[in-house]
Write a protein that binds this ligand. Structure first.
Ligand code: VGL
Ligand code: ZN
Length: 191
């Protein structure tokens, strides 16, 4: 059964480069794909964000330190690593939001430099459910920006995974999100 049309699902960055075998893999990143596939059929509005960097993005380093938020080259626009995970079902009417497209600027949030907030408002969305990769970066920033944009925000706890750099960043991100007023639920507990 479909959920209320004022609810939207935001699926963050489930791209090949963030899954095992990719350029910037998240442990178990691919394990959430079936969970997300089961969720996405239930929402009228489903948003898929993607990291979509130019080849010379400012976050890229040949000697990435991770801790300082320098990363190996990843999710270069149009590359196979930037493609959604091959098993991820992207409905034909889904909204695809590309972010991090400015070479000079990092953008972890799906709301940063995009029209996502306006697009959701146009559809009458008041509450968003956030899932995807990675808990400590793009999920956290997207969920916190959703709160700032005025949406009631819920994170699907069994449909996120952390890259966990530095170690503990995943748990710290969960705390930060809770402090920001974000609720956490298991996807199986959604009515
Ligand atoms: C991400 C690091 C760099 C993410 C994106 O999707 O969480 N993390 N770019
Ligand atoms: Zn990135």
């Amino acid at each position: 059964m479909k959920r209320n049309p004022t609810d939207a699902l935001i699926v963050v960055d489930i791209q090949s480069d963030f899954c095992p075998g990719g350029a910037l893999p998240v442990n178990g990143g691919d394990a959430i794909v079936p969970v997300v596939n089961a969720l996405s059929t239930r929402f009228d509005t489903v948003v898929f964000t993607r990291d979509w960097h130019p080849a010379a993005h400012c976050s890229f380093s040949a000697a990435p330190q991770f801790m300082d938020k320098s990363w190996p080259a990843h999710c270069v626009a149009g590359s196979s690593g930037a493609a959604f995970h091959p098993d991820l079902r992207v409905p034909a009417n889904a909204l695809v939001v590309s972010k991090g497209t400015d070479a000079a600027r990092e953008a972890y949030s799906g709301f940063q430099g995009t029209t996502l907030a306006e697009d959701l408002e146009k559809r009458g969305v008041s509450r968003v459910f956030v899932c995807g990769l990675a808990t400590d970066y793009c999920v956290k920033h997207t969920a916190i920006d959703a709160v700032r944009a005025g949406f009631e925000t819920v994170v699907l706890e069994d449909a996120i995974r952390a890259v966990d750099v530095p170690p503990g960043a995943g748990a710290a991100a969960m705390d930060e999100m809770k402090q920001a007023g974000i609720a956490f639920v298991q996807s199986g507990d959604l009515p």
